[in-house]
Design a protein around this ligand. Structure first.
Ligand code: URA
Length: 443
């Protein structure tokens, strides 16, 4: 059958033609190709790579596996943001209502946790009652009314990516430039957007930790966007420490709500505002990035973004009282502090290991059918460079039982290295990449 021939060809370093990608992806989405064959093909693609034409063809095939949002009648520009995946990355929860509150339409379609990283959908679903599986019709109605919707792929939009994304998460085939780029762009192009801002992570918690690979990923996505007439801007941001303090779904939602009030950790605010400035300029709401940054900051401080989030949560069936009373969010029954075993400074953090420890607690999935435990995770109180004393509480673990808490504490203490001096940190927002080239923002 087709799948077996294609696996053989990719395994041997050959090329899969656009028509073959289309047939394979559609057959997989329809359940005619089993997971084991698709997993073998993904591994062959991971090891052998895809060329530009194959990457574009795979993107289009995944997009064509479902419907597209037709937003051509919406008058304000439609702009979305997507992150390549990180630990503690709750930016979308703030950014979407923030940008919508400033008049740019945000049809945001997010993914679930993948590998060691968290996913916006899992975070949103920790809000009691919140639905992210809206139909296209309802999504379009909400966009017309509120200028924003926060949804997942459902079975209507890029369903092939939805299946492949889950399969990649469980088969160690995530860290591939063409697979990540096509996955992200298939969803984004199906959303009916005019422009896209990408948050491309680098550092130990990124799928592609090295700058040059992060840059190549950004350029691949910019190229796919251009082949569909969309403006795409990428910011390269740091993932050599978790973003903010909270790691884990409900904990991150709580932290995002602080940022929506103009409070919360400075790094989450800074990354959010940098991405917001790009989105507002691409959406034509503000002429330049400096003015856009100021407007976005004011919208947080004055509560406009928070009010918009209230409307979005209510419209999607969620209990909007969580914004004022985050104790209504789920919380794990066991909560225990993690104490530093030595004194010194926080030398470095192995962010991938921190993400993996959160997944082991139940914040993400190790298998396709794993259930997410919304209340588990970490509150990490130290950053690289901070001085610590032996015995000092560096984090709190939220777990379902004492045993899970003990394992997670041990994993966290291994991931947070204490030494005599700190390794240099990556700049929080280091580069801006567009179709015209690359600009260094911070060194
Ligand atoms: N985000 C996605 O949507 N897909 C990937 O493959 C990685 C991050």
């Amino acid at each position: 059958m087709l799948a077996q021939r294609l696996i053989e060809r990719k395994r041997d370093g050959g090329r899969i033609e656009p028509g073959e990608w289309r047939a394979l992806v559609l057959a997989y989405a329809a359940g005619h190709v089993p997971d084991y064959q698709m997993a073998a093909l993904l591994m062959a693609a991971f090891l052998r790579g895809l060329d530009r034409g194959e990457t574009v063809a795979l993107t289009e095939a995944m997009m064509a596996s479902g419907l597209r949002l037709d937003l051509s009648h919406v008058r304000s520009p439609r702009v979305d943001k997507h992150s390549t995946g990180g630990v503690g990355d709750k930016v979308s929860l703030v950014l979407a209502p923030l940008i919508a509150s400033l008049g740019v339409t945000v049809p945001m379609m997010s993914g679930r946790g993948l590998g060691h990283t968290g996913g916006t959908l899992d975070k949103l679903e920790s809000i009691p009652g919140m639905r992210t599986d809206l139909t296209i019709r309802r999504s379009v109605q909400q966009i017309e009314r509120l200028g924003c919707v926060l949804i997942g792929q459902t079975d209507e939009i890029a369903p092939a990516d939805k299946k492949l994304y889950a399969l990649r998460s469980a088969t160690a085939t995530v860290e591939s430039i063409p697979l990540i780029a096509s996955s992200i762009m298939s969803k984004k192009l199906a959303e009916g957007i005019d422009a896209l801002v990408l948050d491309v992570k680098q550092g130990s918690g990124a799928f592609l930790p090295e700058f040059e690979r992060a840059r190549a990923l950004a350029e691949t996505m910019i190229d796919i966007g251009r082949s569909h007439g969309r403006d795409v801007v990428a910011l390269v941001t740091a993932m050599d420490r978790p973003l903010g303090r909270a790691v884990g779904n409900a904990l991150e939602v709580k932290e995002a709500f602080l940022v929506l009030r103009g409070e919360g950790p400075a790094d989450v605010r800074e990354v959010t505002l940098a991405l917001a400035a790009e989105m507002l300029v691409l959406g034509g709401a503000v002429p330049d990035r400096a003015a856009a940054h100021r407007q976005a900051q004011a919208a947080l401080v004055r509560g406009r973004a928070l009010d918009k989030m209230r409307e979005i949560i209510s419209a999607q069936g969620g209990d909007a009282r969580v914004l004022d009373d985050p104790d209504l969010l789920p919380r794990a029954p066991v909560c225990s502090d993690v104490h530093a075993t030595d004194g010194g400074v926080i030398a470095r953090m192995d962010v991938r290991a921190i993400g993996a420890a959160a997944v082991a607690l139940g914040a993400g999935r190790s298998r396709l059918d794993d259930e997410i435990l919304p209340g588990v995770g970490f509150d990490i109180r130290v950053r690289p460079g901070d001085p610590v004393d032996a015995g000092q509480a560096v984090a709190t673990v939220f777990a379902t039982d004492e045993e899970a808490a003990a394992h997670a504490s041990e994993a966290l203490l291994t991931a947070i290295r204490i030494g005599a001096e700190a390794e240099p940190l990556l700049p929080l927002v280091s580069h801006r990449i567009t179709a015209d080239g690359i600009e260094t923002l911070q060194t």
